[in-house]
Design a protein. Structure first.
Length: 77
């Protein structure tokens, strides 16, 4: 049960993923964000935190499709 009446987001627009396995020398941090752009579209921005230049931007027609892509990418990771 959640304390203080906190509630999880049904459709998140910002995710931080972390995978740490010292035995396998794995230490990864990913951030995924859904943002509206200036042209009435929505972008899904994915970047690996801690590395220079690793970023991916996927443009979607609307926010619903961008959030669906965010959840699909999160399941992969």
């Amino acid at each position: 049960m959640l304390d203080g009446g906190a509630q999880f987001e049904i459709f998140p627009t910002d995710l931080h993923l972390r995978r740490v396995e010292p035995a396998l020398n794995i230490n990864r941090f990913n951030r995924m964000t859904v943002q509206r752009d200036l042209f009435e579209g929505t972008s899904l921005i994915w970047r690996r935190v801690g590395t220079a230049g690793r970023q991916r931007i996927d443009v979607h027609i609307d926010e619903g499709r961008a959030i669906s892509a965010l959840m699909a990418l999160a399941r992969q990771k």
